[in-house]
Design a protein around this ligand. Structure first.
Ligand code: PFF
Length: 464
């Protein structure tokens, strides 16, 4: 959907739900969610995440989508249209996709590399512990794969995404879901005895994934898990970065927003939970509890081991799986770049083709730097949440843990205290539709969300 085309609309509610889900479901669900869940001890993270989805996720998604539909404007203009003094908020939300774009295509490139691995039949090497690290720390290969991923993204945006994305999402999303469920079931049947003679099963791994462990929990650790879960929520639902505001402005007035929002929440969270179920038991089986803290490399190290254990069929299943993830990543990266391009077209009054080229080249330069963050520009920085990160993790932290609580805090103040929740309620109830969880929304947007966002923001800069 192009923002620049006045009157652009989704053709149906289903088209809207799938396109929004296409933006929401991406490497965030399949790569980021499982590694955070594993690092933060499994069950407790899941519990906190689920509570956040039905409270904060619902509130932020409702705010974004209803805001867009009510004002009929993209994010850059929507806040200023509602209240002139708040025009600056549109500009801040624009920063987030700009930062995410720099590393999203790097991860998209990693996924593409694994597509290539399964095409060339190198699945045994890919299952070794050092394969992924050898790849990301090499100087040329990650840049080449990132470049291919970025070029495809820029090409789709360059051509205009109106028809493509809606149609594309309709077959990729259900296909991905079926694959993930099948691999998750297989993961639960795994069994492995390591060199020290310890035997572990997939079902034991499932228990680690799902059962919360409160032992040794401190306030600081709880806040860190909360910040991780909240940052994941923003990233995964694509909220507080203008994208859903823009999509909201394309939704027709007949669409039942409340039910569409519930479906997007359910789909996004369902995919993330299942992705965890596919990856975490496998990590546990092959690498034990120690393997769970391996961070961003988790999916790329553990899944090849699962595919290797499947014998001959593993090559084919691995290929289809990484292809599906590539498609899911593409629908998300296109939504990120589309926002950047559409906003820049508006700011600079430039054409789509010229703007896509310039944004493509700028993204390329930034992404090359991120790739080199694993070799030439390698450093280890202790982040305020206690984890140690490289350049990619630092960018991820700035956008998801620092900027997003800030933009959410500001948008909650605008809606809760300046415009008042009734302003959103009217839009949700337009045409006699029912606004489910209406009271929860008012209470969240006015009191709970601003307080928690402020705490998380302070926590994210390391002051707590
Ligand atoms: N929600 C996407 C994912 O989970 O992979 C990532 C994403 C898309 C982030 C769009 C930000 C965005 F604007």
């Amino acid at each position: 959907m192009s923002q620049s085309k006045k009157g652009a609309k989704f053709t149906s509610s289903l088209g809207f739900i799938l396109t929004a889900a296409g933006s929401a479901v991406g490497v965030g669900n399949i790569w980021r969610f499982p590694y955070l869940a594993a690092r933060d001890g499994g069950g407790l993270f899941i519990l906190i995440y689920l509570i956040l989805v039905v409270t904060f996720g619902f509130t932020l998604l409702t705010s974004d989508i209803a805001f867009g539909r009510k004002t009929g404007q993209n994010a850059l203009r929507a806040y200023g249209t509602a209240n002139k003094k708040w025009n600056f908020l549109g500009k801040i939300t624009f920063l987030v996709p700009a930062i995410i774009m720099t590393y999203y295509s790097v991860i998209g490139g990693w996924v593409l590399k694994y597509v290539a691995v399964y095409i060339t039949g190198d699945k045994a090497e890919a299952a070794s512990d050092s394969y992924f690290m050898d790849f990301v720390t090499s100087k040329i290969s990650p840049v080449v794969f990132m470049l291919i991923f970025l070029a495809i993204t820029a090409f789709i945006v360059y051509c205009g995404v109106e028809k493509g994305i809606e149609r594309f999402s309709k077959f990729v999303m259900p296909g991905l879901l079926v694959m993930i469920i099948a691999i998750a079931i297989y993961s639960l049947t795994l069994k492995h005895t390591d060199a020290s003679g310890a035997a572990r099963t997939g079902l034991e791994g499932l228990a680690v994934y799902l059962i919360p462990d409160f032992s040794g929990l401190t306030v600081g650790r709880f806040l860190n898990i909360l910040l991780d879960a909240m940052s994941q929520l923003f990233f995964s639902l694509s909220v507080s970065m203008g994208i859903m505001v823009t999509y909201g402005s394309y939704v027709s007035k007949e669409t039942d927003l409340s039910s569409s929002i519930s479906k997007i929440e359910l789909f996004d969270t369902g995919v993330a939970l299942l992705a965890g179920m596919m990856i975490i038991p496998a990590v546990y089986v092959f690498s034990g509890i120690d393997g769970m803290s391996s961070g961003p490399s988790l999916m790329f190290v553990s899944l090849p081991k699962v595919f290797e254990s499947m014998g001959g069929a593993g090559t084919f299943i691995g290929l289809i799986f990484f292809l599906m993830v590539t498609f899911a990543a593409l629908t998300s990266s296109v939504s990120i770049m589309e926002t950047l391009v559409a906003n820049c077209m508006e700011i600079f009054h430039s054409t789509r083709k010229k703007t896509s080229l310039i944004i493509g080249i700028l993204s390329l330069a930034a992404s090359v730097l991120i790739c080199l963050g694993y070799n030439i520009f390698y450093f280890e920085l202790k982040l305020p949440n206690g984890s140690v990160g490289q350049l990619l993790d630092v960018m991820d932290y700035i956008s998801n843990s620092f900027l997003m609580p800030l933009t959410s805090l500001l948008s909650c103040i605008l809606i809760g205290w300046v415009l008042k929740p009734k302003w959103i309620q009217e839009e949700m109830e337009y045409g006699g539709k029912k606004f489910r969880r209406k009271r929860l929304y008012s209470c969240m947007v006015k009191y709970i969300a601003p307080v928690i966002m402020a705490v998380l923001f302070i926590q994210s800069v390391g002051l707590l």
